[in-house]
Design a binder for this molecule. Structure first.
Ligand code: ADP
Length: 458
């Protein structure tokens, strides 16, 4: 059964049951009240009859039945019974007294029975008959009026229930439509996504604040994120293959040259082998960096220790100095330590320092400062610098300011992408300040402690 039909059926049925219960309550209450009123009137009549009877014994009036007739209820009867309950006589308006068997129960004020759909009530009162014997007087009353009114009320209630059922049904239909329409849209978008292989969004995502509108917006957001991620992956694969293709083409062409010319021309052979070795190196670096990026994504575990940042910086700088024979000047506060993953921090410092070295020729100044919640390390070089509009893209994968510049340095455009992943894990903020021709300053803000909560989220 469809959800729409289920909602329809259940809500309508529930409301109809409630209505029926309420109406039955009204009906029963009315009937009870009406019978009670009739009973009270009959009781008053009975009391009056008793008074008149007592007067009968004082004042000798001829026929007691005249009194009985005088007090006989309209559409009712009076029965006279002896002490043993045997009927002595009766006066009757319209009831077939003989046929109506009514007995007063223990603690009951009146007895009631339905005769052909009309309730008949009876009250009983003891009396002294004119001959001095104790008799029972029974007053019976047929409640035709009550029955008629109850019948009318029943009809009205049925009519009202039927009339109410129509808007009820319509409102339930509208309600289920309100609930299900966004779900239908969601379903449609998901089906379309599956069949077309695209990232379909819900066309009219509601702007409301309710849960369904929220689901729609979340779905659209999720689809957008998936699409962006997919595009990024696609871009990454295409960039990676492009990057690998260039050195491979160079290697291939030099290898072919060697095959054609052999080693007869030593100069050409030397050049070819140097180019092959250089491009293989580049390819190797590129693959290592790509693997690094992939590893960074999947492996989120950190080994956090108390790390002396000053010492770490010194050892990194000394390694770089030995490798490239460049001057790195460390200034500012010393003996600064934080709780972090030392290995990853060193990797990050290495990327930034290596860039400073690659893209400048002068000395590089490193300034460390203790701040309120973090330690800042500013790495300033005096190279070509980066144009303002390029700064936001620096951390994108394969992004390079200028291909010419990178060809010289052998960069691949993956270094800062790896730095971004590392900084995310270590909760380090990287700020870049630079302008074309004015050098570049990369500042790392390393928190004293990695917040466990954020770490878990990653
Ligand atoms: P690569 O491995 O090519 O250096 P990166 O991701 O490390 O790739 O750097 C991205 C781009 O940012 C490069 O094109 C590079 O030219 C530029 N860049 C990075 N650091 C500096 C710097 N200190 N000075 C000038 N340009 C820089």
């Amino acid at each position: 059964m469809k959800l729409r039909t289920k909602i329809h059926l259940i809500t309508t049925l529930l409301m109809l049951i409630l209505l029926a219960l309420m109406n039955s309550g009204v009906y029963v209450l009315y009937e009870q009240l009406a019978i009670n009123t009739e009973y009270k009137q009959l009781k008053v009549r009975g009391e009056e009859l008793l008074t008149s009877f007592n007067q009968l014994t004082d004042v000798a009036v001829t026929d007691p039945y005249i009194v009985l007739r005088a007090y006989m209820p309209t559409d009712g009867a009076i029965r006279l019974l002896d002490a043993s309950g045997k009927q002595l006589s009766s006066v009757d308006a319209s009831l077939e007294i003989e046929n109506i068997k009514l007995e007063l129960g223990k603690d009951e004020n009146y007895a009631k029975r339905e005769i052909e759909g009309t309730p008949v009530i009876m009250i009983e009162t003891p009396a002294i008959w004119i001959d001095g014997s104790v008799v029972k007087l029974q007053l019976l009353q047929r409640l035709t009026e009550v029955a008629n009114n109850a019948e009318l009320l029943k009809l009205i209630l049925i009519a009202v229930t039927t009339i109410i059922a129509i808007p009820l049904l319509l409102s339930n239909m509208a309600l289920s439509r309100i609930i299900l329409k966004p779900l239908d849209r969601l379903n449609l978008a998901m089906k379309k996504s599956r069949t077309t292989g695209t990232y379909e969004k819900i066309e009219k995502a509601e702007a409301g604040k309710d849960e369904l509108a929220e689901i729609g917006r979340t779905f659209n957001g999720m689809m957008e994120a998936l699409e962006t991620n997919y595009k990024k992956q696609e871009q990454f694969v295409s960039n990676a293959s492009h990057e690998l293709k260039t050195p491979l083409t160079v290697i291939e062409s030099y290898a072919k040259l060697l095959l054609r010319r052999g080693f007869t021309n030593e100069k050409v052979a030397q050049e070819a082998l140097e180019a092959i070795a250089y491009e293989s190196d580049r390819m190797n670096d590129l693959i290592v960096q790509m693997l690094e990026l992939a590893k960074n994504k999947e492996n989120a575990s950190l080994s956090i220790n108390q790390v002396d940042v000053s010492l770490l910086l010194e050892s990194t700088v000394s390694q770089m100095h030995q490798a490239y024979n460049r001057t790195f000047e460390i200034q500012g506060d010393s003996h600064l330590s934080v709780q972090t993953d030392g290995k990853k921090l060193k990797q990050l410092l290495f990327i930034i320092l290596d860039n400073a070295r690659k893209y400048s020729e002068d000395k590089i100044i490193i300034t460390t400062r203790k701040q309120e919640k973090s330690i800042s390390i500013a790495i300033q070089d005096f190279g070509e610098g980066i144009a303002q509009e390029q700064i936001p893209h620096l951390f994108d994968r394969f992004y390079r300011v200028s291909k010419d510049r990178n060809r010289k340095t052998g960069g691949s455009g993956l270094g800062l992408a790896i730095a971004k992943e590392l900084s995310k894990k270590l909760q380090i903020v990287i700020n870049v300040q630079s302008e074309l021709g004015g050098g570049a300053c990369f500042t790392l803000l390393i928190p004293f402690k990695i917040e466990a909560k954020q770490e878990e989220q990653k």
